[in-house]
Design a protein around this ligand. Structure first.
Ligand code: HEC
Ligand code: HEC
Length: 157
């Protein structure tokens, strides 16, 4: 009986030590929150997680994969180098981010009903609908001109 009791305590003690060991190992192993390194168009105070989440949405809205906008990692071409600006589509996407924000800030959120109902903001999907080019090239050729032609960009505006 006494023997059994001692065995029990020794086993319990070992198990507790083991648990503490695993816990502290986990704390040490816990990865630091990842830092964003090259953000020029999205809000500067966004977390890595917020940006990563939005990227999944871009994939769906444009019907593409990450590589469509991100360059290959030079050391491991199967991976993406999400910090690099080597893929020219990334800078196009930045212009699109700025354009979409401006549409919402300047035109949509100031509509007369904007303070009474939930406004429908413009997203990438408003235009793209699951394709990198909103219209395929064949359709683009046939599009009639819409309204006034583009004006050359004005200086100092
Ligand atoms: C439509 C183009 C596009 C697609 C598709 C896309 N990205 Fe991005 N990604 C960007 C742009 C543009 C930026 C930079 C935003 C800025 O400058 O504010 C960026 C930045 C990032 C960053 C931040 C890197 C840093 O530290 O500066 C991560 C992480 C990232 N993308 C991951 C992904 C992943 C993962 C996917 C696929 C699920 C993906 N992206 C798909 C355009 C895209
Ligand atoms: C108001 C409509 C509109 C919105 C909103 C919009 N786009 Fe676009 N986007 C276009 C059009 C039109 C083109 C094709 C331009 C061209 O002829 O190359 C395009 C092209 C692009 C391209 C280049 C595709 C290619 O293969 O050359 C990328 C990348 C892109 N958009 C990303 C985005 C992202 C990301 C968003 C959301 C932040 C967005 N767009 C929001 C209209 C839009």
């Amino acid at each position: 009986m006494k023997q059994n009791k001692r065995k029990f305590f020794v086993t319990a003690l070992l198990m507790m030590l083991g648990a503490i060991g695993i816990l502290s190992f986990n704390i040490i192993q816990q990865p630091q929150p990842r830092k964003l390194q090259n953000i020029k168009a999205l809000p500067a105070d966004w977390t890595y997680q917020q940006v990563d989440h939005l990227m999944d949405q871009y994939k769906v809205d444009l019907g593409v994969n990450c590589r469509y906008c991100h360059a290959a990692d030079k050391n491991n071409p199967r991976r993406n180098d999400v910090v690099s600006d080597d893929n020219p589509k990334k800078d196009i996407a930045r212009e699109m981010i700025r354009m979409t924000a401006e549409l919402n800030q300047k035109y949509i959120s100031v509509l007369p009903h904007a303070d009474t109902v939930k406004v429908q903001l413009v997203t990438c999907n408003t235009c793209h609908r699951g394709a990198p080019k909103p219209f395929g090239p064949a359709v683009a050729q046939q599009l009639p001109p819409q309204g006034p032609p583009p004006q050359p960009a004005q200086k100092g505006k």
